[in-house]
Design a protein around this ligand. Structure first.
Ligand code: SF4
Length: 224
């Protein structure tokens, strides 16, 4: 039985917002991005026992241009952070990020210089999934919750209203495109560098490059 059997004959009324969100939530494809042990659970979620194929998601895309969901499965090392950001930048809009496990979400037990203490320092996160490791059922639950969130996303005039209300509250995400970091505002040369990077559309790369350069272990020639 196909979907046409469920549809009433006659006219179907809905809003463009609901229709677009429905198509977006039912067509999410994951980017291949396993970083550590959590990735094994992510792979299990795609395998026949848990079968992400029930939501059309069992094939993780090797090309970021064909993916709209990045599942960060595992700890993010300082060296991997710019790579992760580059893959995120290569994914087409709209795109979402799911931080899988405590390591990706907060560094977890790896409270040290080598691990980024939360992937939200590098990319904006839409859904955090706790656990070490989270089981495949938990990942599927997080994906379903993210789908609900996508379904409620305001678009067009509603989306603009939401952004204006956020800006009025001063609630601008630290990683918003074009948002100048505070360390740049206080320095004229860095301000100019940032403005130039915004013009060239590479401000996020500049942010990450500078952040990496400031790490003492990289200043010493990139050795750990
Ligand atoms: S949360 Fe646990 S399972 Fe996941 S990457 Fe960290 S240590 Fe590994």
């Amino acid at each position: 039985m196909g979907i046409e059997e469920k549809l009433p004959s006659g006219i179907l009324l809905t809003s463009v917002e609901k229709l677009v969100n429905w198509t977006r939530k039912t067509s999410t494809w994951g980017a291949t991005f396993g970083l550590a042990c959590c990735a094994i659970e992510m792979m299990a979620a795609g395998a026949p026992h848990y079968d992400l194929g029930r939501w059309g998601m069992e094939v993780f895309r090797a090309s970021p241009r064909q993916a709209d969901l990045m599942i960060v499965a595992g700890r993010v090392s300082q060296k991997m952070a710019p790579v992760l950001r580059q893959i995120y930048d290569q994914m087409a809009e709209p795109r979402w990020v799911l931080s899988m496990g405590v390591c990706a979400s907060s560094g977890g037990m790896f409270n040290n210089y080598a691990i980024v203490q939360g992937v939200d320092h590098v990319v904006p996160v839409d859904m955090y999934l706790p656990g070490c490791p989270p089981r495949p059922e938990m990942l599927i639950d997080a994906i379903l919750k993210l789908r609900e969130k996508i379904m409620q996303e305001p678009l067009g005039a509603n989306g603009r209203k939401m952004l204006e209300a956020r800006q009025a509250r001063g609630d601008v995400p630290a990683v918003a495109p074009g948002a100048m970091p505070s360390s740049y505002r206080s320095d004229a040369a860095k301000r100019a560098e940032w403005t130039q990077a915004v013009k060239e559309g590479r401000e996020e790369q500049l942010r990450i490059e500078k952040w990496m350069q400031e790490q003492r272990h990289l200043q010493a020639g990139g050795r750990w």
